[in-house]
Design a protein around this ligand. Structure first.
Ligand code: NAG
Ligand code: NAG
Ligand code: NAG
Ligand code: ZN
Length: 490
């Protein structure tokens, strides 16, 4: 008995279909009309991350969306049902992760004992750059760098995570209590490893005298806080098995498990809150989800998570002094400024904010030709509410508040997994852009008052400051006018 060719073809195609859906794969999907776009958006909001994980979220009709589907996911079936066309960009994510992991192993061996260029030879017990490190090694190295920096850097802790890890960082620059403050964080999203590396590179630029000649001036005038891993639980979770997408592609924190009926009618239990949707500005509006299993779950209420609370408290404790905040994310090559919760919403100082962003992306491009776009979320990618930078602008009054989405471009087929050869160039070019923001802060520092103006023009200054010791910092403009002497502004 011979099998008909048609039947063979059927078997083969069923076999390859079953085989392909037993793997993690990445689909590129293009919505052709508003209906399809809406379906994709609701998929991102309502379905579990372990079913369809959006690497490039849906932004517009005819724009690509990239989604990692897990083994057993019925994503393709739904797409067929809605008549949405798609291509497979990456048919085996695990294979890609394994090959990348091997590249890193090779690199670690190659780097071992090699003398690095000046801006890469980390002083004071810092970790080697160009490779990734675990959280304990990172926080230990922060401690070592602070200990041997002769007082230039201070090891700080800003809170404790759900799983009990200490969220550590460095405060760099001698603080007289009045200097302007610049805050950096990275790794709010667990899988965005290149951001953590970039933050460690920034620390090296600031502590290593051989790295950057402008640093002295920055640190004379500013105090810089860097929290290189803002979500240590999530980061360590992604490191459990860097070749398994289930771990490596985790985005949220490790907040406690909650169960609920999902939109597909099944009871599902999941952990984790998207920390960059958990800040208290426009909480729960667009681009976030109330479904626990979603990758963009905003949490039960604003600041429900210890990691976002830790950042909030750091900002609150420095309110009135913070001139700039940069949070590092990946990927898409974007320099995003406020506001991102709806289209055409801008802070008061939008002209300066845009101008600095525009200059920064030019400086980034100068180095290796990497092209960034700048604008608000809705202008250049998609709206999202409850993010840290909008909150810092609105509630803390931080003028220059940017979300930087690092390399690669959104068209990359696996942007979270950067090849080792790109790590240092990414950090270098980003530093070049960040310096533009630091320069803007320096340029806008008030010039010292001449001695003739060094007076209190109001009789109540001493009493006011006694009643409210942070008054000079929280209301610098009016206090400079009224109480320059008592505030020691001159
Ligand atoms: C999307 O592309 C199709 C075909 O190329 C075109 O007819 C349609 O106008 C485009 N729609 C939008 C909103 O760009
Ligand atoms: C599905 O889309 C194709 C074009 O992509 C179109 O020709 C076809 O009519 C659509 N089918 C349905 C049921 O909408
Ligand atoms: C690097 O060298 C040290 C000592 O020379 C050795 O103990 C260590 O295992 C090496 N690391 C790698 C990744 O080869
Ligand atoms: Zn992110």
């Amino acid at each position: 008995m011979s099998t008909s060719p048609l039947l063979t073809l059927l078997f083969v195609s069923i076999f390859s279909f079953v085989q392909s859906i037993s793997k993690y794969r990445v689909l590129s999907i293009v919505p052709r009309d508003e209906f399809q776009l809406h379906k994709l958006r609701s998929l991102r909001e309502k379905f579990p991350q372990d079913f369809s994980d959006f690497w490039l979220p849906p932004s517009s009709v005819n724009g690509s969306t990239h989604v990692m589907a897990s083994p057993g996911s019925n994503l393709e079936r739904l797409l067929h049902k809605w008549n949405i066309s798609y291509d497979t960009m990456l048919d085996d994510v695990e294979k890609d992760l394994i090959s990348n992991s091997l590249l890193f192993k090779k690199r670690e061996i190659a780097l071992n004992g090699t003398r690095l260029k000046d801006d890469l030879s980390v002083p004071f017990g810092g970790l080697p750059l160009g490779v990734y490190h675990g959280y304990t090694a990172i926080s230990d190295s922060l401690q070592r760098m602070a200990d041997s920096s002769k007082g230039l850097a201070k090891y700080i802790t800003i809170g404790t995570t759900v799983e009990g890890r200490t969220i550590a960082g460095l405060k760099i620059g001698h603080d007289d209590g009045k200097k302007e403050v610049f805050i950096f964080d990275a790794g709010i999203h667990a899988r965005e490893w290149a951001t953590v590396h970039t933050a460690l590179y920034f620390i090296n630029q600031l502590l290593n005298p051989a790295a950057d000649a402008s640093v002295k001036e920055y640190l004379d005038k500013m105090v810089i806080y860097i929290i290189p891993v803002a979500n240590p639980d999530g980061y360590e979770y992604t490191r459990i098995d860097e070749t398994n997408p289930k771990f490596r592609m985790w985005r949220k924190n490790r907040g406690r498990e909650l169960c609920s009926n999902s939109v597909d009618g099944e009871k599902r239990c999941c952990k984790g809150v998207d920390l960059n949707r958990n800040f208290d500005f426009q909480f729960g509006a667009i681009g976030s989800s109330r479904y626990i299993c979603s990758e963009i779950y905003h949490g039960p209420f604003a600041f429900s998570e210890p990691e976002s609370i830790a950042l909030r408290d750091l900002f609150m404790s420095l309110k009135g002094r913070i001139r700039a905040y940069i949070t590092l994310h990946a990927y898409s090559q974007l320099f995003i400024h406020s506001y991102s919760h709806r289209a055409k919403a801008y802070p008061r100082e939008i002209d300066d904010i845009r101008q600095v962003a525009s200059h920064a992306v030019k400086e980034i491009e100068k180095m290796y030709g990497t092209k960034y776009q700048f604008g608000t979320g809705p202008e250049i990618i998609y709206g999202f509410a409850g993010g840290s930078t909008d909150w810092a602008t609105e509630k803390i009054g931080v003028k220059y508040s940017y979300t930087i989405e690092l390399r690669p471009l959104y068209t990359a087929f696996n942007g979270f997994v950067m090849r080792p050869s790109e790590l240092i160039p990414t950090a270098r070019e980003t530093w070049n852009g960040v310096r533009v923001v630091m320069d803007a802060v320096l340029r806008e520092l008030p010039t010292p008052l001449p001695p003739s103006l060094c007076v209190d023009t109001q009789p109540g200054c001493i009493a006011w400051i006694a009643a409210s010791p942070s008054l000079c910092q929280t209301n610098p403009a009016s206090m400079r006018r009224d109480c320059a002497k008592s505030c020691q502004f001159c």
